[in-house]
Design a protein around this ligand. Structure first.
Ligand SMILES: [Zn+2]
Ligand SMILES: [Zn+2]
Length: 271
């Protein structure tokens, strides 16, 4: 290309419109000199903004609302959960491990490929607690409580006064929640099969102390239960049985065989 003069020259105008809390922007463009665009044949369409003075009041003729999806933040891993707790001032190095093992053993979360996923029980519990114990559940409260406990440990605060202040409010919340008598409803996952015992109910997956199990939707009228084997999509390398997903007592996922205890094959990874 010949030296100089090849560049196209565009004049851009930008206009910012403020409306309450919203900010709208409009951009105009005018081709001043086509330059190489003349050769490439690319067309630039002029977009000329209306002549508006600074601070001038405009009336909107039409408002279009567009729905755009953004990605949610990634699920917590051990490391990101601990760093978030640290940042919020919740927990101390000695309590990070117990916090994580507690939410796993109580089955509020499940671990999948190193990330924590909330269970139906976890979601329902959280909803109930936030609704009835909003203050105790708030991040600033928890962080403040940790600081006060530190002060008590260092002999700078009177623990009786501190506990009394906490207890009076907490006790009121507990009594209120009890008097409302609301039970936490945990959404049971449906298996899409009829109960083989009563032939009326539907089979659902419930979570008990020892993990997931299959039960009848008509419980307690129908007491049918069965072992729940979540298919892992592979065949057992030892007996050819169905490969299933299992969990250790601490919630760590591993793979096993549906024919257990007859077949004892198990592994951390799919074969
Ligand atoms: Zn049944
Ligand atoms: Zn097997």
């Amino acid at each position: 290309m010949a030296k100089g003069g090849g560049q196209a020259k565009l004049k851009k105008t930008k206009m910012s419109l403020v409306n309450g809390r919203g900010l709208f922007a409009a951009e105009g463009v005018r081709l001043m000199f086509a330059g190489f665009l003349k050769i490439t044949g690319a067309e630039v369409e002029d977009q000329i903004l209306p002549d508006v003075g600074e601070g001038e009041k405009l009336v909107a003729k039409k408002l279009n609302v567009l729905e755009l999806n953004t990605n949610p933040p990634p699920r917590y891993s051990d490391a990101s959960l601990v760093s978030s707790l640290e940042k919020q001032g919740i927990g101390r190095p000695s309590t990070y491990a117990p916090i994580i093992s507690t939410i796993l053993t109580r089955q509020y979360v499940e671990k999948d490929e190193g990330r924590f996923l909330p269970t139906a029980l976890g979601k329902a519990t959280n909803e109930f607690l936030v609704k009835n114990f909003g203050k105790v559940l708030s991040l600033p409260f928890t962080a403040g409580m940790e600081n006060e406990l530190d002060e008590v440990a260092m002999g700078k605060e009177n623990w009786k006064l501190m506990m009394k202040k906490f207890w009076d409010e907490f006790d009121t919340d507990v009594k209120k929640a009890e008097s409302e008598g609301e039970r936490v409803r945990v959404e049971a996952e449906k298996l899409g099969e009829k109960c083989p015992e009563c032939k009326e109910g539907e089979l659902v997956i419930r979570v008990g102390r020892f993990g997931k199990f299959v039960s009848c939707s008509r419980f307690p009228d129908c007491k049918y239960t069965a072992k729940y084997n979540e298919s892992a999509g592979f065949k057992c390398p030892e007996c050819g049985g169905e490969g299933v997903i299992k969990k250790t007592r601490t919630g760590r996922k591993f793979y096993g065989c549906a024919n257990y205890p007859n077949c004892k094959w198990a592994g951390w990874k799919k074969p």
